[in-house]
Design a protein around this ligand. Sequence first.
Ligand code: UDP
Length: 373
Amino acid sequence: MRVLVVGAGFAGAIYSRVLAENGFHVSVIDRRSHIAGNCYDFLDLSGVRVHKYGPHLFHTNNQEVFDWLSRFTQWVEYEHRVQAKLPSGAFTPLPINRLTINSVFDLKLSDEAEVIEFLRKESEPYKTERPGNAADYLNGNIGKLLTDLFFRPYTKKMWNLNLEELSSSVVRRIPIRYDCEDRYFPSDKIQVLPENGYTALFENIFQHDNIEIKLGLPFEKDFENDFSYVFNSMAIDEYFGFSFGALPYRSIKFHLCDASDSGSSTASVVNYTDSGAYTRETHWYRLPGNVAVSRVKSVEEPCDYRDNNFERYYPVKTADDRYQALYKQYKQEADKRENINFIGRCGTYQYLDMDQVVNQSLLGVRRFISSVR
Ligand code: UDP
């Protein structure tokens, strides 16, 4: 059976590999000139590894996902830490923890019980039983001052939405700590980076006699005629000609620059709490495996995807789920088609971490294989 896979990111790579190992002949196309989707990385002129589309830090509790990927790469341990840069120029740990609170409020809270009691007094009761919007959730857990300092301006520039309009699920990604834990992903047992980068990992996944790849080739509907089945990770609304309306995405413009004057922070990523245009900076030379011969950083400027060459990064999840309702209309159209399945972040309009894409893809491709056998 000949299968077309549209998109050489994580979803496309996993579908391709599992199909190839099960005897299917797979053609992969990608409109970009490289594999690895938004995980694509490269060595800059000084030999520092840069993730072209922003920092991709692998973290998971899913051992099966990790074991599957481990067939294609060695790993280096990396526990991600972020600092917030306050309007005063001071740096504090992020996620908000005891040290953050002591620093912002000039306190000396010394244990978890004191922090919990302090935040209880700061916070406001939820307006609804289970808060659907980010403002209600944050005000109810950390209070207005911390919400307005760490989340309100950042969210506005990131999403062009007020916290009241954004789904609480987006900010729930960030834990709230009552202790001094300062890792960004404290609940994930596995925190690593591929030793030779993501692009090399993807090269190994695609390395199979049953897989051929064509890069720089945008999808066209005519291609479908040559294949028995298509797994498509392109934007589902674009595939259907935007017939129900466009699904919005946020995009990021990356500005690569010299980091010599970046202040006293030693974190790999610094988030800006101010209301300027930029959200965060990544100091690539601080990731493991890099020698600090050059101090290159990238600064992120969020924007609408239409203002960045239609580069779709983040599906938008508002508190009223209106775009998920729009997506469902496209999904219903897709379900009427027997020979196509939409996969990945843009195919299913979900804000997914890498391990979630890998997990969903492994489950999906195995389900497909058993259904055609
Ligand atoms: N966020 C924020 N301030 C921060 C970090 C995060 O307001 O300093 C909010 C913001 O709305 C962001 C969301 O929390 O989009 C999720 O943050 P995360 O760091 O997980 O975003 P990602 O790394 O996926 O861009």
